[in-house]
Design a protein around this ligand. Structure first.
Ligand code: FE2
Length: 294
């Protein structure tokens, strides 16, 4: 779609979700924004975690060796340094503004450990499901440095980091068949400014505000606020979404806009394994215990 074409039927805000504080790994404090009860509604997305703290006690234990099978993990660092190692011998440093896109496929064992002793550690981990036919594919990953993430900016001054999919005619760092994910990091200017993104009507979509406040603007100009650290599930249908930084926002708004094509396949999850059936989960646990994921 031509980026200058105004949307005729922007989506409205269906539901606001506040994340659940929890710990994961060896005791990293985080907020689970997309929880298991939303996996059907937000198919193909399985999880979104937001970690962010300048207290090393909240993150220094990291995520020691653990397995995954059946989906993709997308880790986006806003601030901080995290080292990744896996059982296939891959290693990479993920830092300020960079992304690691990992396709677990049939499985691997990896660790994600802080490579700093103080300062801020802030970022996100998104889990993206794989279609049944790809769940047992060979594992794959790519470290994408901040400088390799394509950028676009609108005439109104909204800067867009295009991690996956396409926005304003700019192709993102990653493209995926089947789930066709869109993953944008939107940086709004200080004054109230709108941003439009075309979205296929059937794709599930949500917005997560991590600085300031946003509004989802409907067809009649009505606005629904998305407070800081809230996720707005966007109603399906229509031709896209219009977001606007809210008047009086205490700081310039920043948000993730994430969308994808639902797989509509059964989801069976046991911790770090996401398959289609219970039997496949039993097999995954057995393979892990007998060392077949290493
Ligand atoms: Fe992991």
């Amino acid at each position: 779609m031509n980026p200058s074409t105004p949307l005729k039927q922007p989506r409205h805000l269906e539901r606001l979700v506040t994340g659940q504080p929890t710990t994961d790994g060896a005791g990293v404090k985080l907020v689970r924004v997309l929880t298991q009860d939303l996996q059907q509604r937000l198919d193909p997305f399985l999880m979104l975690d937001n970690f962010g703290s300048n207290d090393p006690k909240d993150w220094n234990a990291g995520f020691p060796e653990h397995p995954h099978r059946g989906f993709e993990t997308v880790t986006y660092m806003i601030a901080g340094r995290m080292r990744h190692r896996d059982s296939a011998g891959h290693e990479g440093l993920l830092q300020n503004g960079g992304v690691q896109w990992m396709t677990a496929g049939r499985g691997l064992i990896h660790s994600e450990m802080p490579e700093q002793e103080e300062g801020t550690m802030e970022g996100f981990q998104l889990w993206l499901n794989l279609p049944a036919k790809d769940k047992m594919r060979e594992p794959w990953y790519r470290d994408i440095a901040s400088s390799e993430i394509p950028m676009s900016s609108t005439p109104e001054g909204v800067a867009v980091r295009v991690i996956a999919g396409e926005s304003q005619g700019v192709a993102g760092a990653v493209q995926r068949e089947h789930t066709e994910p869109l993953y944008l990091d939107l940086h709004f200017p200080a004054q109230p400014t709108a941003f439009s993104q075309a979205l296929p009507a059937g794709h599930n979509a949500f917005v997560y505000t991590y600085r300031g406040r946003l509004e989802v603007v409907g067809a009649g100009g009505e606005a629904a606020t998305v407070p800081l650290h809230s996720m707005a599930v966007l109603a399906n249908g229509g031709d896209g979404v219009v977001l606007r930084s809210a008047p009086g926002s205490p700081e310039p708004a920043r948000a993730l806009l994430i969308a994808g094509r639902p797989l509509r396949e059964p989801i069976a999850q046991y911790g770090p394994f996401v398959m289609n059936t219970r039997d496949q989960l039993v097999q995954a646990v057995e393979d892990f215990r007998s060392g077949r994921l290493a």
